[in-house]
Write a protein that binds this ligand. Sequence first.
Ligand SMILES: [Zn+2]
Ligand SMILES: [Zn+2]
Length: 145
Amino acid sequence: MKKHIQLFEEYLGKTGGRVTQQKLSILEEIYKTRTHFEVEDFIDRIRAKDKKFSRATVYRTIKQLLDAGLIQKILTRDGKVYYERTPDHHPHDHLLCNVCGKIFEIKDEAVDTLLSQACAAIGFRPEYRSLHIYGQCQRCTTAKL
Ligand SMILES: [Zn+2]
Ligand SMILES: [Zn+2]
């Protein structure tokens, strides 16, 4: 069984959620998506394949996947919300350009280590991490010169 399916089933088992084929299909579809996506676009796409997926089910499943640490949520400064899969169950961090809206990623073990140590130092047990840095990308900075 694929690791993300297994983890989701474990999570649903622990939290008393029901494992349904629909939820697993939504997870599979998300794991096939390699970009940051908006829920509404995702709903359009999955419903184009099969109308049985209701908006309510997609929203509920996304909330559960977030709780289970299988997806990440990215929030833009103007309130747009994106999601993406968390490969290998390993969160990464995001830089968001306030001018063009482009999203960049930081995937750096040194950041992970530093954050874990910082949490451990105050006896804090992290469950979900979401680090956003807002600013201007190189293209937008140089465009203004
Ligand atoms: Zn930019
Ligand atoms: Zn990302």
